[in-house]
Design a binder for this molecule. Structure first.
Ligand code: SF4
Ligand code: SF4
Length: 374
């Protein structure tokens, strides 16, 4: 974005702070929407506060970042809830998450990146995955000319492999031939979200080349963060990019045995607000479990708290946000919280374990795999 465009967007913000509240007028209930503002409690942690920080940097009023300023900028999960709410009430599109990414890019240029994020960039450079793992997640292509390629992503490969395992088993159960990349590199999402744009370029070039060489026509993602990055940051590769839940809705003759389970569906921010995919996960989930809706859902869903580089930098806050979501699922009468994102699952599961109140956490593909009749 050009400087003038950014400043114009910043000056359009009326600082009303209505973007921090989810409204449910039928019950006259107001619930918080901005995790970072709610947790830290200062103006700088809400969307208008961060816009003001950005303005001060651009207009030369701020030359040294305090610890508090760094925290305000980097504790934003880039969940986009503020953007959706602002658009709903003002009909003006102040593209807040994009502005906050621009702000971080500007901060990185000034040498104000967080050390923990620089460490992730270093790990990616050394190992090509965001966790610095040296081993390989074991997966083999069933056909090297298959039309379908499954891009697994760092989190499903190294932190929640049960999601990748379930996806691969679903392909097998349907007799769908697939490819996985021999040399899959991190998609670059964490670097782009934390302002380290230059560091992401090599990764994107590698993945584009590998996918083009595979000849695949459809790339399936279980990670909405990877999918969004390919959709918004990668050049057009001439292939179809789909989320696992979209792919599943196309499979005809899915013989599933409905599980006797009351679940709540948690909209992942990148899948819902960023990509507009709200219906497919619900449609798939309804086939395999009894779905309860939580109060804050779809455009006004409460973020799990782990995106935008927050999990690595401010874990206590990330887990607090996830605990809030677990409480909401409990209130809705659910015994399990189901998402469609490895990053959400990891954070929600950790929070559930910490909270110790027995909430189970799954990804949609895990329940589908479990309910598919052999
Ligand atoms: S971003 Fe929109 S809703 Fe939020 S304070 Fe600014 S004008 Fe108000
Ligand atoms: S993107 Fe999410 S965490 Fe960041 S300011 Fe907006 S609502 Fe708050």
């Amino acid at each position: 974005m050009e400087r003038e465009e950014i400043l114009s967007a910043i000056y359009h913000c009326a600082k009303c702070k209505l973007c921090s509240i989810a409204s449910f007028h039928p019950s006259e209930e107001w619930l918080p929407l901005c995790p970072s503002g709610e947790f830290y409690g200062y103006q700088a942690f809400y969307a208008p506060g961060k816009l003001e920080i950005f303005r001060e940097i651009l207009e030369g009023e701020l030359s040294e970042p305090s610890e508090g300023l760094l925290k305000a900028v980097y504790s934003c999960t880039l969940c986009g809830a503020c953007y959706e709410k602002c658009k709903q009430i003002t009909s003006v599109e102040i593209r807040l998450p994009e502005l906050f990414e621009e702000l971080r890019e500007e901060m990185v240029k000034k040498g104000w990146a967080l050390n923990v994020h620089k460490d992730i960039a270093k790990k990616i450079k050394e190992t090509r995955n965001a966790y610095g793992e040296k081993y390989k997640y074991e997966a083999e292509s069933t056909d090297r000319n298959a039309d379908v390629l499954y891009y697994i992503g760092c989190t499903a490969r190294y932190r929640v492999p049960e999601i990748a395992d379930a996806m691969l088993q679903i392909f097998d159960k349907f007799g769908i031939k697939y490819q996985v990349m021999d040399d899959e590199w991190c998609c670059g999402s964490v670097l782009l979200r934390t302002g380290q744009v230059e560091e992401a370029k090599e990764l994107m070039e590698h993945n584009v080349e590998e996918i083009k060489r595979s000849g695949a026509k459809t790339v399936v993602f279980t990670c909405p963060g990877c999918l969004m990055t390919f959709e918004k940051n990668y050049p057009d590769m001439g292939v179809e990019l789909v989320h696992s839940t979209q792919f599943l809705t196309r499979l005809k003759g899915m013989k599933v045995k409905k599980l006797d389970m009351e679940v709540a569906y948690h909209d992942p921010c990148h899948l819902g607000r960023d990509l507009g995919i709200y219906e497919e996960p619900r449609a798939v989930l309804k086939e395999v479990a009894n779905v309860k809706e939580m109060k804050r859902e779809r455009e006004q869903a409460w973020c799990c708290g782990s995106g935008g580089g927050v999990k690595s930098a401010f874990d206590e806050f990330a887990l607090w946000s996830a605990v809030e979501r677990i409480k909401e699922a409990k209130e809705a009468g659910a015994e399990a919280l189901v998402s469609a994102c490895p990053f959400c699952k990891r954070n929600l599961r950790e929070a559930a374990e910490k909270e110790g109140k027995g909430m189970k956490v799954y990804d949609v593909v895990e329940l589908v795999n479990r309910s598919l009749e052999e």
